[in-house]
Design a protein around this ligand. Sequence first.
Ligand code: ASP
Length: 729
Amino acid sequence: MSLLSSFCSKKRRLSLVSWEASLVPALSWLLLIPCLLVVNSNQCLADEGMFPVSELGSLDLQAKGLKLTSDEVFNTDAERTCLVDGICKVNGCTGAFVSNKALIITNHHCAYRAIQAASTTENDYLKNGFIPSKPGEEIPAPGYTVRVTESFKDVSEQVLAAVTAEMDFAQRSKAIERRIKEIETQAESDNAGKRAEVAEMFAGKTYVLFIYTYLKDVRLVFAPPSSVGKFGGDVDNWEWPRHTGDFSFMRAYVAPDGSSASYSPENVPYQPKKFLQVSAAGANEGDFVMLLGYPGRTARHKTASFLEFEQNVRLPFVVDYFGQQIETMQAAGANDRALAIKLLSRIARLANVEKRSRGQLKGLAGANIAANRRAKEKELQDFIDAAPELKARYGQTLAKIDMAYAEAAKTAEAEANVRNLLLASQLMSFAFTVYDGAVERQKPELERESAYMTRNYDQTVARLKAGHRDLELVTDQQLLQQLLERMGEAQRASLGLPAPGQLGPLYKASQLSSAATLDAYLAMSVEQLQAVEDPFMRLIVKLYPEFQRLRELGKQRSGKFDKLYGDLVTVKQLFQKLTFVPDANATLRLTHGTVRGYSPADAIWMRPATTLAGVIAKTTGKDPFETPAEVVELFQKKDFGRYAHPELKDVPVAILYDTDTTGGNSGSPILNAQGQLVGVNFDRAFEATINDFAWNTNYSRSIGVDVRYVLWITDTVYKANFLIGEMGL
Ligand code: ASP
């Protein structure tokens, strides 16, 4: 088993939360066609690829401009630190340690939930930023975790020993799930205080156990106002040219004895093995850059039928439904700042996905991606059909995958409607988690859904309570009403749901919005919950068999796709005779490239850097193009501190580069040839939203904030010079 296969993996996660969050994983992020990237071959574009760090040695990055040895970037020697030790995962994002006291730089949008949770109309950190005046002025970020990859090991044999030939798809999926939990639980007991996670690489074939340092006391250290950190808002999101200072600083803490611990004022800053050097020189056009991070998921190796499912079924639904939710929440918060604060983080999350989905639809319509993939599949099919042995084993594989998507498409919208009950209404979602938790926690540890296992339950409850603090009933009712309208009478009737106009009395009668009730329910047994009068708990109890059916269906599908895609990978390997890098799966990866422009359309050429002058030019004084007065004033005085570009005589703001990134790379440090941090990745250009399905040197461009803008804002504008000192600048 090569290190490559052992490092590239897929995290299994099935949930019932929403279409976006659950149907796609249910359809599974499995591997199909080798990506265009070939290790040790010059047949393919070397710039595509989210490489497992174990592959570094074969990339010859030195020839591309890297001035470090591969060992300095990553090695498995416990005695020698490497750049990888300075990288961490901050919830679903990436971060980098930039001091020996675990100061972390990441994106503003990654810290957004923490900023929002701490904000009130009196202390509106979203609006004004969180600007500490001295060291130690920090705010806890409940629900945040930071993890650092410590080691990894192939456990494929152990996992697959749980599967027998007689098992059906659902049984297979459950047996693998259970074995993974056993391995994780054992590994956590062998590595006290660490977090263990098994990730799947080749569907049904290859599994890797990752051991993480897992830090649970995370605090917000510095956040610029949204007028800097989210400048341009959703208008500019997924667009170039960009003028957003999308950065923030956080810090991770541990107990005084160095062990991982939940928030306590006694805790002390964690000491990372390594922290990154920040170079105030930034990055300029033509420079080599490299990113380390935790890209979430891509689907480059899936079938044309998957892409068609996305294009015709899922993405249009997401655009339409998320669009409606966003509009409703925006209207609710328009003249009520206290309410807006509660909703902003949710709006931002939905808006991000909604616009990305529009970009992907545009890309799928224009770039012929599905048709090209179909043509490749035809070649593969011809290869299979030409060899009787292959034909007997794999002759139907592609057709079966196509059929499975066609099958899923038939019920996709109805299933999404049910799952989205938990996305639309927080009351429904709280009631579900409480009841589901009670049901699952009756089971032996290894048979529970992962969220309710002892090792995860605290975080599940912490997240539930954090969400509960933002509960707002008027909008909750509106969103649920809209979903019930979407469902139509037949589906409502089949599920026993009320008509859209009948929600008022249910909301009036429910006690679930009180924190005390939530606590009381969390302490109840299944029988007790079945007996409570709360209308939302009653609804969930009634709907629960349907949620269970969908969960079971998800496992069955997952088992089926695992098996089929696994077969396809095997035969594809025979056909192409290549080694390939699988899709992103939230495990540590490296990508490299160059700061360079691009042409999004005929006759248009985009330069790869923006400046403060551009921020000022875009400023209208109206959200999302407001700029803080301090920023405007310093710009007018030409006070750029030591952060001006020597030739431009202006502060560089954002840069564009052709690395291979996706969601989860948010917050990834942009590293120069010496491995120094010169910026922070936060987005992609509109055309590059399609990256998730197909990377292309013409349109795949990532966007990062230039470190000079980060430092200018932190130091010159907001005078948090102690942070600059802490970073050793
Ligand atoms: N801005 C992106 C995100 O929201 C980062 C990316 O997908 O490139 O995750």
